[in-house]
Design a protein around this ligand. Structure first.
Ligand code: SDX
Length: 435
């Protein structure tokens, strides 16, 4: 496949006495991969890489990560610059379109988000069917999948409607998230308003009420914009790879994103932000003795892990964590909120980072370690933290799904395996089994 990333460089692989040449792909930042697409046909061998820690699934223009240097950029822009200077809607546009929007482009995009903010009134009945304690991520995943039933035209000719589908999804997921919270509280729904920005609208839908109007606090809006931007994309993480995997079978955007939401739910992935708060809360309830948690995390016989620590790619500080940690102090100070969990988190980080177990394994705080402190300070309930992660990650999922659909070399994702089960054996009729 003629790609400007093939420099002509090759590697040699000697298999069963024969030397095989495989082409090398070189990325923008010099990252190299061995293209093994002809390996099985020419050698009969496949590669094995459980968890895909050494395997690239695609070539992508969207996000660059350097796990050793702690670098993260979206379409070439460093996330620190984006988090400092943009709104989430600007960054969502950047991720999905490849460039920062002009003033006019941003105004048109914002208008589309407003136009698509409502969900079909028939969808409201779904909320009545969920038991009161339904997990918000389960509701979100099924409601997003239901969008295919209400907007089938968007899935028949996807690429002609991709801008509409993206705006529809970005706007409606925000409404579904807020409505599911109001439903869980037994409070009346608050509808989106066209006079509020994306994040202000979400906060108003979450916290406004007929008896106590919500006053939009611009510092809270700024904090939420920053958090959603920092969650915008993260190359081939578990949930994004899931969106690509499901979408690769030519599944529409809504159903592909619904699968991504389910993957993000896991406590090893996006669900970690809720688990961090539960861990910090139990340390606090136990009198602040976080050392026992550090010791448990180090014990190979104990399945407990220090949630919010460690990362498959980052072997230094997660750059998002640095920004969020600093924002914690600013937001809590702005809102005059004192949260003992922040001090516990900082002390826990300090102790862990000095411990050989964590140092030897390059375990640092990740994006989930501090984010819950801010969500809590702005009033988001803990069981909605992973929903907030999904809101932020949505533009990244959309961008990757679209990039895959646009790729002329795209094929359905279907990994191979090595079978280690029983050798072929004769069938045993029921009356001879167990004899
Ligand atoms: C996210 O992929 C992404 O980009 C994800 C994400 C995104 O933006 O999409 O960044 C978001 O999911 C962040 C991660 C949130 N999860 C957690 O905080 C859960 C706690 N962390 C771990 O479970 C773990 O670190 C993972 C899941 C994040 C990474 O797992 P890996 O890469 O498979 O690492 P591993 O399990 O092979 O661990 C290597 C070693 C092991 O010890 P040894 O067997 O070598 O003795 O490090 C240990 C692990 O036991 N280890 C931990 C640990 N994380 C790894 N030990 C204690 N506490 C931890 N948190």
């Amino acid at each position: 496949m003629p790609h400007r990333y093939y420099t002509g460089e090759k590697v040699e692989m000697k298999i069963d006495g024969q030397v095989h040449e495989l082409p090398v792909v070189v990325g923008t930042e010099g990252e190299k991969a061995i293209d093994i697409r002809t390996l099985r046909a020419s050698t009969g061998y496949i590669t094995l890489d459980s968890g895909y820690a050494n395997t690239g699934s695609c070539i992508s223009n969207i996000t660059y990560l350097d796990g050793e240097k702690g670098i993260l950029s979206y379409r070439g822009y460093d996330i620190a610059d984006l988090a400092e200077n943009c709104t989430f809607v600007e960054v969502a546009y950047l991720l999905d379109h490849g460039s920062l929007p002009t003033r006019d482009e941003l105004s048109q995009f914002s208008q589309m988000l407003n136009d698509f903010a409502m969900i079909h009134e028939d969808m409201l009945r779904f909320f009545d069917g969920y038991p009161p304690k339904s997990p918000p991520m389960a509701i979100l995943s099924s409601m997003v999948n239901s969008l295919c039933s209400f907007y089938p035209e968007m899935t028949d000719n996807p690429l002609e409607n991709i801008d509409k589908m993206s705006a529809r999804l970005l706007s409606k997921v925000r409404t579904i998230a807020a409505f599911s919270y109001k439903k869980s509280m037994g409070h009346p729904l608050v509808y989106p308003r066209h006079d509020l920005s994306y994040c202000a609208n979400f906060l108003n839908m979450m916290f406004d009420s007929p008896v106590k109007p919500y006053e939009v606090n611009h510092k809270v809006v700024a904090a939420l914009n920053k958090l959603l931007i920092l969650h915008g994309d993260h190359e081939q993480n578990c949930s994004t790879s899931t969106v690509r995997m499901v979408g690769s079978a030519r599944v529409n955007l809504y159903a592909s994103v619904s699968a991504g939401i389910s993957a993000l739910w896991g406590p090893l992935h996006g669900g970690a932000n809720e688990a961090v708060m539960e861990m910090l809360e139990s340390i606090h309830q136990g009198g602040g003795n976080f050392r026992q948690f550090v010791e448990r995390a180090k014990d190979p016989k104990d399945p407990f892990r220090l949630v919010g620590f460690g990362h498959r790619v980052y072997k230094t500080f997660d750059p998002r964590c640095r920004i969020i940690k600093q924002a914690c102090d600013e937001v809590l100070d702005d809102l005059k909120v004192v949260d003992p969990l922040l001090d516990i988190a900082k002390e826990l980080e300090e102790v862990a980072l000095k411990d050989d177990y964590f140092i030897e394994r390059s375990l640092y705080p990740n994006v989930d370690f501090y984010s819950g402190i801010i969500y809590r300070a702005i009033g988001i309930p803990t069981n909605m933290f992973t929903v907030m992660f999904a809101l932020g990650r949505l533009p990244g999922w959309i961008a990757h799904w679209k990039e895959m659909w646009d790729d002329p070399a795209w094929r359905i994702s279907r990994p191979r395996q090595i079978y280690v089960g029983p050798l072929s054996r004769p069938f045993v009729p029921m009356d001879q089994r167990g004899l």
